[in-house]
Design a protein around this ligand. Structure first.
Ligand code: G6P
Ligand code: MG
Length: 225
């Protein structure tokens, strides 16, 4: 339920993977390899459920899908997660600004020109590297450090910190997400949520767009007021 009016909004708290860039595909690809290696079944539901989930929690979800959670020691789990990250970073290394999703650069400029504040609330420890590759670092001087979080999405902590970093109240912020766990986190933080992607998966978002290219201030205002 939307509590805020568009005129109350002073800032945007962005997710990264799957919103700003297409890295969610790379995360999936790298996790799929791990699932195959350990013999856990891969499915569309698992793939969607992993979006927004931290590295170690993602591994646990994959192992659980194969009923394998007790088959690995903590050290072996760290090794599997490290292997996934190495494979993921190989894909990230090839990225260029061409990997920015449609309309995002224009939207970031619209936000900046409109005097709105901006922060990043990604669960990814690789977020600064990805922003560098996309040449978007300058847009995000405020990034929530996932190492400081006690709980991942869907807990509200990350989106509350995103608002705090730009000195705004949650009611003054819009959070932008492609993951169900992320939309839940934004809503629990008391911010207005935008869900990008499949509306049946992101049914709890206050504002929905099927594609990043539809996200403009005018289109957001239209769905909020
Ligand atoms: C984002 C992605 C997840 C990923 C998580 C941790 O939330 O949506 O797919 O697992 O970040 O990323 P990291 O790069 O730290 O492994
Ligand atoms: Mg995401």
């Amino acid at each position: 339920m939307i509590m805020a009016k568009f005129s109350d909004i002073k800032g945007f708290v962005f997710d990264l993977d799957g919103v700003i860039t297409d890295t969610s595909v790379f995360h999936s690809q790298a996790w799929h390899q791990v699932a195959d290696k350990v013999g856990a079944p891969w499915s569309k539901e698992l793939e969607d459920g992993l979006k927004g989930i931290s590295r170690m929690d993602s591994l646990e979800m994959i192992l659980k899908a194969g009923n394998l959670q007790d088959h690995y020691t903590d050290d072996q789990k760290v090794d599997l997660a490290t292997e996934k990250n190495t494979n993921y970073l190989k894909l990230v290394d090839k990225m260029t600004p061409a990997n920015i999703l449609p309309g995002i650069k224009e939207f970031l400029d619209e936000i900046k020109d409109g005097g709105y504040l901006l922060s990043l609330a990604s669960a990814s420890k690789n977020a600064p590297t990805v922003l560098e590759k996309l040449q978007l670092t300058n847009y995000f001087p405020k990034i929530v450090d996932p190492k400081t979080l006690s709980k991942g999405k869907p807990d509200p902590e990350i989106y509350l910190k995103g608002a705090e970093l730009i000195n705004l109240k949650p009611e003054q912020c819009i959070g932008v997400e492609d993951a169900a766990a992320g939309v839940e986190s934004i809503n629990a933080a008391g911010e207005t949520s935008i869900g990008i992607g499949d509306k049946t998966i992101l049914k709890d978002a206050d504002v929905n767009f099927t594609d990043t290219s539809e996200m403009t201030l005018a289109n957001i205002k239209e769905q909020m007021d």
